[in-house]
Each structure stands twice: as C-alpha cells, then as structure tokens.
Design a protein around this ligand. Structure first.
Ligand SMILES: C[S@@+](CC[C@H](N)C(=O)[O-])C[C@H]1O[C@@H](n2cnc3c(N)ncnc32)[C@H](O)[C@@H]1O
Length: 282
C-alpha cells in the first residue's frame, strides 16, 4: 500500500466515525508517524511506509475515530505562532483565534518593553509568543492549575523565553504585589449550561477549568477586569480574548469599572474576539 492508500483508508474510517475533518486528520496522522511534511504526500502519493509506521498510523486512526481525542493530545504537540508547543489534557489546546490577540499586541508594543501579566497561561502560548516578539519584555504568568503551569514552564524552556517569565500558581483573586504595563488574558468563557453542547472532542478531553466561565460565562472575565484596575500602571492596557457574542456584555463590565476601550479585533468570521482597553483616569 502507498501513502495515498493509507490516507484513503484512514480517512474513510474517520468519516464513518463522524470526524468532520477526516481527510486532513488522516494526512496529519500520516505526517506525524512518518516524520514527513503533509505536503510531501500531496506531491507524491506513492510513498511507502515501514511496518512501525503502519502500526503507529493504524493505532492513531483507531484512537481518533473511536474516542474522538483531539489530534493535539494524541501527538502531545500543537503549533502556535510557529512554535511547537507541548500539550496534554491539563491545558487548553491553543487556538488560532488566540494568535490574533498575540499579533495585535506584538504590533502595538513593537520596539517597547512592557512588563506583562498573563492570566490563565495554560500552555503558555500567549506569553511565550509575545516575549519572542518583544525581546526586552519580562512577564509573570499565573494559572490556578499547577499541572498547566508545569507544561507552560516546559514550553518556555523549549522556546527560549524561560529566563524572562516567572510562573506562579495562583488564582487571579489572590494575586497581588506587582504593577503591569499590560495584563493579557484568554479566560474560560463558556457559560456552564452550554458546556454540554460543545463538540465531544472538546467536552470529553479539554480541562473543564479552562472552559467553564460560570453561569453566564463571564465569571473569570469579571474577576480579571476588577483585578486589573488595581494592578495596571497608569496608561496600562488590559487585553482580553472573549467568546463569540460576548462583546456587548464585556463592554458594559469594562465601562462600569472605568475602562475605556481603545480598539478591538475581529476573528476570521468577523466576530469581535479581542478587546483592548485602558483605565480612564480622568
Ligand atoms: C481558556 S484557558 C487559556 C489558556 C491559554 N492562555 C490559551 O490562550 O490557550 C484559561 C486558563 O485559565 C486558567 N484559570 C481558570 N480560572 C482561573 C483563575 N481564577 N485564575 C487564574 N487562572 C485561571 C485555567 O486553568 C486555564 O489554563
């Protein structure tokens, strides 16, 4: 059998098991077990696999199809901002939407060196990418999950930002003692009653603590906004990723807490997904 035959066979099995991204998943699994870029199979469909690669391919296809476990957890890796990050079930799989947040901040702070707090760092994806762009910046990254912090620390070592980030196991509620130029946060923002409607590959695998935003999805966002009032330096910025459809409510909470919106950024589907605001001191 050639690489093309394996992709067809794997993809058919995934399709039968209701995996929407069945073709790309089969290609990515083949790429993972063979160590070859996906593009290689597209150009050359006649590549041969050895018996170890075939076994590994069949095993991953079976697991993906039967359990719906996300590929990132099966591979223990996820690419974010061109970095290969380690991930496991203790951290949210970094999403492309979050790269929009990083991109906006990297542009805004170009050639500056803000002191940054990353709240709910998870895999560390936001703060590691930001510090790679802002070479003079230093940061603190907190998370309520110690297991997530372990992964974030590993990722910062692999991606050469370890010496500029201090990782602290803390909830935002209890965090005090520093003032920041920038507070950034991608909080858990799914309303609790909606958790059951998430895709199986999310609800059965990703950490609930990274998803559950309380009754209306805004519990952690409120805490972050409230705390930011106290820990931002004058002219400091609060950068929030929010859920689809949460803009007007979050906007209201910001206003109530004397924040003035500076700008927002939309995602690929034209939804407002990141809000950037500063305290209105006047
Ligand atoms: C949506 S995930 C974001 C992870 C990562 N920053 C990203 O963008 O992929 C939210 C993270 O916030 C953490 N978290 C939840 N409640 C928290 C709290 N009260 N204080 C600090 N971190 C919290 C979770 O453990 C999780 O890692």
């Amino acid at each position: 059998m050639t690489s093309n035959d394996f992709i067809k066979k794997g993809s058919n099995f995934l399709k039968m098991n209701n995996i929407k991204s069945h073709i790309i998943d089969a290609e990515l699994i083949l790429s993972n077990v063979s160590g070859l870029l996906r593009e290689k199979f597209v150009i050359n469909s006649e590549l041969k696999l050895d018996s170890n690669q075939i076994n590994a391919f069949n095993k991953l296809i079976l697991k993906r199809g039967m359990s719906k476990e996300p590929l990132a957890y099966l591979f223990k890796k996820k690419e974010f901002w061109s970095n290969d990050l380690n991930v496991n079930k203790n951290v949210l799989i970094p999403r492309p939407e979050t790269e929009i947040l990083v991109d906006a901040l990297a542009r805004y702070y170009k050639n500056q060196k803000p002191f940054i707090l990353d709240i709910g760092t998870g895999s560390g994806c936001i703060i590691i990418s930001l510090l790679q762009e802002l070479k003079q910046s230093k940061a603190i990254a907190i998370d309520i999950s110690n297991k997530a912090l372990k992964i974030a620390l590993e990722n910062s070592k692999i991606n050469n930002t370890f010496d500029r980030i201090k990782f602290i196991n803390s909830s935002i509620d209890n965090f005090i003692g520093f003032k920041f130029d920038l507070v950034v946060c991608n909080p858990p923002y799914i309303a609790r009653h909606q958790l059951k409607n998430l895709d199986d590959s999310i609800k059965y695998f990703e950490p609930k603590i990274a998803l559950d935003g309380g009754n209306d999805g805004l519990d952690v966002i409120r805490k972050v906004i409230y705390k930011s009032k106290k820990i931002l330096k004058i002219n400091g910025m609060l950068a929030l990723e929010i859920g689809n459809g949460q803009y007007s409510k979050v906007s209201q909470i910001l206003k109530l807490n004397k924040f003035k919106e500076k700008f927002f950024v939309k995602d690929y589907k034209d939804n407002i997904r990141c809000i950037f605001s500063k305290l209105d001191h006047y």
